[in-house]
Design a protein around this ligand. Structure first.
Ligand SMILES: *Cc1c(COP(=O)(O)O)cnc(C)c1O
Length: 407
């Protein structure tokens, strides 16, 4: 799988061990990381790399952020898991802080992003039957082409990415997909059985696809007028990445339901949540939904620290200022090996001219120059540095991209 000829023996041996006993559901870049601090990681040979992926925005605060690590360590020595069969002394503070950050009454903690999406789907359906009066088992949810909401069988069933979907059917019915960025298509897809519209405010996995200005406001207006829940999957776009707490904030829009994950776990462990008001999330009754690990004390302590850090607005401001800086630098590459750039806060999709190679080839060349990025959908590379990165580091990274594209 990996061309190990040019790799040193320790790196090659570690990669071979993975290749031997891991299911091949990923195709990682040939680098074996041993340490991480802030925006930088170090491989087993001691080489350093600037991490411009941040674990798909799960590391918004960088590797080993001291305040998050301290919160985790303190909790690790005290209490890690109770299950929700009992109360624990951290979950309430986490829920209170997260609800306040979201401006919502209630939160429902889970672990992974896909679980938050599944929870949102269940909440929307229960709301449709119990509040809206949709006939049993008839509720539908409108989604967008190009979506990425996770990997469960229900979720991949409404994906239009053949890699995600093909070979995994039969799929859960009840989803209608319309073009992303087209509010009129959403309006046309809604009928009396529609429970919700579920969209990413900016599509991350699709290549940082930003909808036309006014789209989110239009979705909000349509959902309100037609009596349908607006569910925003902010798992990758939320929690500071776009220069605001949520990508919906860019259009001053408040969805009925936020789906959160990734950065909520502070880069330490999976923490996800659904946030909504009581009239929506209150439909779920004891015993109807849950998770052995959801809301565990360790996750709550980490999530609480993340919410505290976001409450100051400092990270959102950094993302906004550094994002403007990054956008300017990347725009200068358009026409020189780059065909298009889309930037929202500290988040960029960079389309590579096929004449210069695939996204994967560019990522491999950047790796050799100490910069880690991830390709998506063939020709796009996604840039999502930790929000603690410095402007000078971004300049250096863009310079490496310029050199790679000039070659
Ligand atoms: C990553 C992602 C998910 C799934 O999260 P997991 O933690 O990998 O299950 C869902 N929605 C969006 C928008 C994502 O980016």
């Amino acid at each position: 799988m990996t061309s190990s000829a040019e790799l040193t023996s320790e790196t090659a041996a570690l990669i071979a061990a993975e290749d031997e006993h891991l299911a091949h559901n990923y195709h990682p870049l040939p680098v074996v990381i041993a340490r991480g601090e802030g925006a930088w990681v170090t491989d087993v040979e001691g080489r350093r790399y600037l991490d411009l992926l941040s674990a798909y925005s799960a590391l918004n605060f960088g590797h080993s952020h001291p305040a998050i690590v301290a919160a985790a360590r303190e909790q690790l020595g005290r209490l890690t898991l109770t299950s929700r069969a009992y109360h624990n002394d951290v979950l309430g503070s986490f829920a209170t802080a997260l609800a306040a950050l979201c401006g919502k009454d209630l939160v429902l903690p889970m672990n992974t992003g896909a679980e938050a999406v599944e929870t949102g789907i269940k909440v929307a359906r229960a709301w449709a039957y119990r509040v809206k009066g949709v006939p049993a088992d008839a509720a539908s949810i409108v989604v967008a082409h190009g979506n990425f909401h996770g990997r469960t069988t229900t979720i991949v069933g409404f994906s239009d990415d053949p890699d995600a979907r093909d070979g995994f059917g039969p799929f859960t019915p009840g989803f209608v997909s319309v073009p992303f960025g087209d509010a009129q298509a959403i309006e046309a897809a809604i009928d009396e059985s529609t429970a919700a519209v579920l969209v990413e405010p900016i599509q991350g996995e699709a290549g940082v696809v930003i909808p036309p200005e006014g789209y989110l406001r239009a979705v909000r207006e349509i959902c309100t007028r037609r009596g349908v829940l607006f569910i925003a999957d902010e798992i990758q776009s939320g929690l500071g990445r776009v220069g605001a707490t949520f990508a919906c904030d860019r259009e001053d829009v408040v969805p009925d339901v936020y789906l959160l994950g990734k950065a909520l776990g502070g880069g330490i462990l999976p923490v996800s949540a659904v946030a909504a008001d009581r009239d929506v999330l209150g439909v779920i009754r004891p015993g109807e939904h849950g998770s052995t690990f959801g809301g565990n004390p360790l996750a709550s302590a980490v999530g609480l620290q993340v919410v505290r850090m976001l409450s100051t607005g400092e990270f959102q401001e950094r993302a906004s200022a550094l994002g403007a800086h990054l956008e300017k630098a990347l725009e200068e590459l358009v026409g020189s090996g780059v065909t298009a750039v889309r930037v929202a806060g500290l988040w960029a999709g960079v389309d590579i001219d096929p004449a210069k190679g695939t996204g994967r080839e560019i990522a491999e060349k950047l790796l050799a120059r100490g910069v880690l990025v991830k390709d998506t959908h063939g020709q796009t590379i996604r840039i999502a540095p930790p929000l603690v990165v410095r402007g000078t580091e971004l300049d250096w990274a863009v310079e490496q991209l310029r050199v790679v594209l000039a070659a």
